[in-house]
Design a protein around this ligand. Structure first.
Ligand SMILES: Nc1ncnc2c1ncn2[C@@H]1O[C@H](COP(=O)(O)OP(=O)(O)O)[C@@H](O)[C@H]1O
Ligand SMILES: CC(C)(COP(=O)(O)O)[C@@H](O)C(=O)NCCC(=O)O
Ligand SMILES: [Mn+2]
Length: 899
């Protein structure tokens, strides 16, 4: 059979256009949801929904296509210094008329729980403006028509809504102060919400719904904290805005403002501006990084002649009096360096806030203190200083934690105050944060008018890239100068370079609300589950993987551009994609936790998302089609060969087949090099040669025992197996399908679980039915099972004619989408369809490096699991398995409930 593997026929049967068309249209999966809410303002006329034309939002992330009609679109928090906007954008994309699905629905042969009613879904965006530039903010709102329920609102398009009756939720003092301006400029009225309630509502939502929202920051080290939802309260919330509010939070809506201080962010920025002549806040912060506050502050040593005051635990370098040295009569402001002044000011204010917070925590016996507000500005030194103060004064008893959405608590709370906002029941697994290159529209500052289309994005990106190249690696600081003697020493993260404006804009992403995502129900211990095997917090690892991805980039861009016909437009998009993705990588090298907790799964998915953002829907489509066709051509011979074997030999040959065919991976540098050097047949031969047992991890005998045991020990066949398939071509056709056939033959129902969206050369759930149908032409077992599973359209029509009652007694072969658009899988967030079919499964087969090694290698399941992969990376093979590239992994683990 092997000799036929390179028999790829260019005039193949697969209609490229058809595949491409269907994958583009259906890119947006119809993951479903039972949440359907009644209406609230602004009203959206869902009945008139049409496919969205807004090209800016065309990137087809997996999101819910049909949002219910009750999402409020904009909330404001107008503070003393900054205006914060949280707005919601919908994605109305009509479910394509999917024959497969509608047929199955008609016959009640659902593969899961795909439903047809409206789905809540969309994205939450976070934007901020300076309050002094209110006009910019109003221009932004108006250009995006956010106040009218979004630019894409059908009711707006149909002209049924007038501005006069629009009411927008707003909080912060500016909701009162600027109400008239908003009425005048936008015609909208503001519905004012209490600021403290909003802060608390925002913080509670973030802590409950976002997995790694909170983090600690000590001596330059950021560590994400998983908050236990059942043990969240009470806590102290310290919002450091212009001024500071200190709130004791006891539950949802249960809180008390227990203290505050007028020495806050406004004080820092205001005094700092006066004293240093800085033009903006970031400049002031940046200045502090070159400062030495001992030129400005009076230290214990200055008073004690260079000595420590050891009796009360104060070292000579402790600040005795902030700005104390400036009492000198011989010096004027111009005699002090602005850098030193800025640092002294930052230390004074941060430390003071930390100390007051600690005192309030002490007053109420609270151990957890969360700090929000834009004074924090994700700035390492500020956070270290606050943490130091809390840690020092509480003797380690209380913990300072920070929030990624720091300054957006109030705005988010105002958004939550819409009667029906749809966020109440969302949990971490239903939110996906993405980082598109839309800086003018997310997280950070506004750089000119909002980006209207991909072209604008590309040109803005070119500018961003120019800026991005200026991003320098963090300057390592000398170790902290603590003497262990108490008082306040210098935290260690001082030297870190502040993010440039453009990259700061990417610090928090767009939150995709995906109510249909669910936790995979077969995880043995969901709380302990960590998808990623390799810890990218380890700098060496991060550097390695970032390098691997960078090196792979030119090849990927080639494929992507070719997949779009190699046009000039495709080339331009290809370049933009390469710049954008490189900028992401540079950003992550500079600050690995910039996008939240980073794992390899997220990094690899980011690449796919970035491709989609530049409208490369399926970069490997041609390769996938070619390899599918070549493999399908040799499948009949393989099946004959397998059928001539005895049971035991056949099972071994099947597992070998899966492992050997997993070499066809276009994501691996080594494999791509192989493709350039040899033919498919060479590769396959080499791969088969590697099959000698024992494999690097070899639990085959255990699996065989489970599958084939006879006599007294004869085991029942598995009822339902979930096959997490990987690559197109040989991998799925010659590897996983024959193994699936073996299980079907033994009476096990098989669900092929594949990606919802393309990633590298992975096969997608939408492509599988066609592949199965082709395979079914050569195999009765597959055909009958596919008919029973509703995968064959022709068969479905005959079922319709025969009536449903006795459509088939055969076990089913089905397909389910996994909810993912990357080469790995995070089982905390899978499609509801997969979650539904998983409930009856008693065997899981995870295949490939992404799904079985990078992620899930250490995952335990309630049912039996088999992990099969070839390790196509030398470093990984050494590190994880003490082995070599092309080693094979066959790990079997009995279900945890059966142990
Ligand atoms: N770009 C910026 N412009 C002005 N102030 C900023 C900026 N970024 C961070 N800050 C800091 O954030 C503070 C405002 O924080 P914020 O939480 O928005 O409070 P408020 O609601 O009072 O405006 C400012 O006083 C300043 O210290
Ligand atoms: C992206 C992949 C996880 C896909 O592997 P697969 O799941 O298809 O076996 C893998 O190709 C990979 O880790 N590539 C990067 C490492 C390298 O080039 O060596
Ligand atoms: Mn793959």
């Amino acid at each position: 059979m092997a000799s036929e593997l390179n028999n790829s026929n260019p005039d193949h049967d697969y209609s490229k256009e058809k595949l491409k068309h269907s994958s583009k249209e259906e890119m947006v999966s119809t993951m479903t949801n039972s949440m359907h809410r009644s209406s609230s303002r602004p009203q959206l006329d869902v009945s008139r929904a049409a496919i969205q034309e807004d090209s800016e939002d065309r990137n087809p992330t997996i999101l819910l296509p049909n949002q219910s009609d009750d999402i409020s679109h904009l909330a404001l928090d107008i503070g003393g210094s900054l205006i914060k906007l949280v707005y919601f954008s919908r994605h109305e994309e009509q479910s394509p008329d999917d024959k497969r699905r509608s047929m199955k629905k008609r016959f009640g042969l659902s593969n899961g729980n795909r439903r047809s009613y409206p789905i809540l879904g969309g994205r939450l965006h976070f934007v901020k403006f300076e309050t002094g530039k209110l006009n910019e903010c109003l221009d932004f709102i108006s250009s995006k028509q956010l106040h009218r329920g979004g630019i894409d609102s059908p009711s707006w398009r149909s002209g049924t809504q007038t501005d006069d009756n629009i009411v927008i939720k707003a909080t912060g003092g500016g909701a009162y102060k600027f109400a008239d301006v908003l009425k005048e400029r936008l015609g909208v009225s503001l519905d004012k919400e209490d600021e403290m309630s909003c802060l608390v509502a925002g913080a509670n939502f973030l802590l409950k719904a976002i997995r790694h929202e909170a983090f600690t920051h000590m001596e330059g080290q950021k560590e994400f904290v998983q908050i236990d939802h059942n043990d969240m309260f009470p806590y102290l919330l310290v919002n450091v805005g212009s001024g500071v509010s200190i709130i004791k939070v006891d539950g949802d809506g249960k809180y008390q403002r227990v203290s505050g201080t007028n020495v806050g962010g406004g004080t820092f920025w205001g005094l700092g501006r006066l004293l240093t002549k800085c033009k903006n806040f970031d400049e002031l912060l940046e200045l502090s990084q070159q400062g030495d506050n001992s030129n400005v502050d009076m230290l214990v040593g200055d008073i004690y002649g260079g000595l420590d005051y050891s009796k009360i635990g104060l070292s000579a370098s402790t600040i005795a009096s902030s700005f104390g040295k400036t009492i000198s009569e011989t010096k004027e402001l111009s005699d002090y360096r602005p850098e030193d002044i800025s640092l002294s000011l930052l230390r004074m204010i941060s430390y003071n806030i930390g100390q007051i917070s600690y005192l309030n925590a002490l007053r109420y016996g609270l151990k957890k203190i969360f700090f929000g507000g834009f004074f924090i500005r994700g700035h390492a030194y500020t956070m270290d200083t606050i943490s130091f103060a809390v840690h020092f004064w509480s003797k380690g008893q209380a913990q300072a934690m920070f929030l990624r959405h720091e300054g957006f608590l109030g705005a988010l709370g105002a958004f939550m105050s819409y009667e029906k906002h749809g966020l109440d029941y969302l949990r971490a697994h239903q939110l996906v944060e993405r980082f598109p290159m839309e800086a003018p529209c997310i997280g950070g500052k506004i750089h000119g008018p909002p980006l209207g289309n991909l072209n604008e994005k590309i040109s803005w990106l070119e500018k961003f890239v120019q800026k991005g190249t200026q991003i320098t690696a963090p300057v390592p600081m000398a170790p902290p100068g603590t003497t262990g003697m108490g008082g306040f020493e210098r935290p260690s993260s001082r030297g870190n370079t502040l993010r440039s404006d453009a990259s700061a804009a990417l610090n928090i992403g767009v939150l995709h609300l995906m109510p249909t995502l669910e936790e995979f129900p077969l995880l043995a211990d969901p709380k302990m589950y960590e998808p990623n095997t390799i810890d990218l917090l380890d700098h060496g690892e991060l550097e390695y993987w970032v390098t691997v991805l960078s090196e792979h980039l030119p090849d990927l861009v080639d494929k992507a551009v070719a997949s779009e016909g190699g046009t000039d437009d495709a080339k331009r998009r290809g370049d933009a994609f390469a710049h954008a993705f490189s900028a992401h990588l540079a950003r992550l090298m500079e600050e690995p936790a910039a996008y939240g907790k980073l794992g390899l799964a997220k990094l690899l998915e980011l690449r796919e998302e970035c491709l989609r953002e530049f409208q490369f829907m399926d970069a490997y489509i041609t390769i996938k089609e070619r390899e599918n066709e070549a493999s399908l051509a040799v499948l009949p011979d393989l099946l004959i060969e397998l059928d001539s074997m005895n049971e035991e030999d056949r099972l071994l040959a099947l597992i070998e087949g899966v492992l050997a065919a997993n070499i066809f991976d276009w994501g691996s540098r080594a494999c791509v090099d192989l493709y350039h050097k040899g033919t498919i047949i060479d590769i396959y031969r080499m791969s088969r040669k590697k099959m000698q047992r024992p494999w690097r991890v070899d639990d085959f005998d255990m699996f065989k025992e489970k599958m084939l045991s006879s006599g007294d020990k004869k085991s029942q066949p598995y009822k339902r197996a979930l096959f997490f398939v990987d690559n197109s071509g040989a991998d799925v056709v010659l590897g996983m399908l024959p193994l699936a056939r073996e299980l079907l033959r033994r009476g096990t129902e098989v669900v092929l679980v594949a990606n919802s969206l393309p990633a590298l050369n992975d096969v997608t759930a939408l492509e599988l039915p066609e592949i199965v149908a082709e395979a079914a032409k050569h195999c009765d077992i597959i055909r009958k099972a596919a008919e029973a599973g509703g995968l064959l359209m022709d068969a479905m029509v005959s079922i319709q004619e025969d009536g449903l009652k006795n459509h088939s007694t055969s076990v089913s072969l089905m397909v389910a989408e996994n909810g993912s658009g990357g080469p790995c899988i995070d089982l905390r967030q899978v499609s509801s369809e997969l979650a539904a079919v998983a409930k009856d499964a008693d065997l899981i087969i995870l295949e490939g490096m992404g799904r079985a090694i990078h992620t899930n290698l250490n995952a335990h399941f309630k049912c039996d699991s088999l992990k099969l992969a070839m390790v196509k990376n030398q470093r990984l093979a050494e590190k994880l398995f003490n082995g070599n590239i092309y080693d094979c992994i066959c790990r079997f683990e009995p279900g945890k409930e059966q142990l």
